[in-house]
Design a binder for this molecule. Structure first.
Ligand code: CTP
Ligand code: CA
Length: 218
């Protein structure tokens, strides 16, 4: 990637990236999670570093190597991810790629046991929205970018998230096709100015295209 950014256009900038899933504990041995591999977020962190940015990558539980030149902070839950993300501010650029668990449960201190009666009922509590928190923060990064994972009404949902979360750009991806865990993705860039279809591409190519757009905005 480095060869594409010979001038290091983001030198002197701090970029903050979230990536991967979060795991929400049910008890000491079980959790609620999701299918995010972290590949798209790690590719974006890699491309930002190659473009010269100082990169802080707040990563949920994934089995991926840390991209060269990137400072990685490993977290487990959504609340941990929010705390690490806020602690990493100020930043010039925030790219929130993580598939944050929308709900957690109040974790039991001891392992739940089959009692022979009815199975346990998990009461779900909504997690904080990291992108919306950063998008509305007093020390908001100049450029705040989110993703929108959708299975229907892709662009309408993405435009609603853009407004609701205080983001500048949303990369909308249709997760009905094989996105999770694969190297392929298909995104639309949604901004206040309109929508662009970036077509089907590798996660690395999408990361490079996004970083070129970010560099052009600084
Ligand atoms: N996001 C976040 N914190 C959350 C939920 C989502 O930071 N608790 C971010 C994601 O990293 C992504 C964007 O918000 O950049 C959109 O995530 P998505 O799951 O598509 O949106 P939600 O607002 O959670 O809506 P829903 O899942 O109901 O479609
Ligand atoms: Ca969600």
């Amino acid at each position: 990637i480095a060869a594409q950014f010979g001038t290091r256009p983001l030198a002197g900038r701090h970029a903050l990236v979230t990536a991967g899933p979060t795991h929400e504990a049910i008890d000491p041995v079980r959790f609620i999670g999701n299918n995010s591999s972290g590949k798209q977020g790690f590719a974006i962190a890699d491309a930002l570093a190659a473009a010269g940015a100082r990169v802080t990558l707040v990563a949920g539980p994934v089995g991926l190597p840390t991209p060269a030149g990137v400072t990685r902070i490993d977290v487990t839950s959504a609340r941990d991810m929010l705390a690490a993300t806020e602690a990493a501010l100020p930043a010039d650029i925030a790219v929130m790629v993580a598939a944050v668990a929308d709900w957690r449960v109040d974790a039991a201190a001891a392992k739940l046991k089959k009692s022979g009666d009815a199975p346990p009922v998990l009461a779900l509590v909504e997690n904080p929205d990291i992108l919306a928190t950063i998008g509305h923060a007093a020390n908001r990064p100049r450029l705040v970018i989110g993703f929108a994972a959708e299975t229907d009404d892709l662009l309408a949902h993405a435009a609603a998230k853009l407004a609701r979360k205080g983001a500048d750009w949303i990369l909308a991806n249709d997760v009905r096709t094989g996105v999770f865990g694969t190297d392929a993705n298909h995104v639309h860039l949604v901004t206040a100015a309109g929508t662009e279809d970036w077509g089907a591409a590798s996660k690395t190519a999408i990361a490079e295209q996004l970083v070129q757009r970010i560099a052009a905005a600084f």
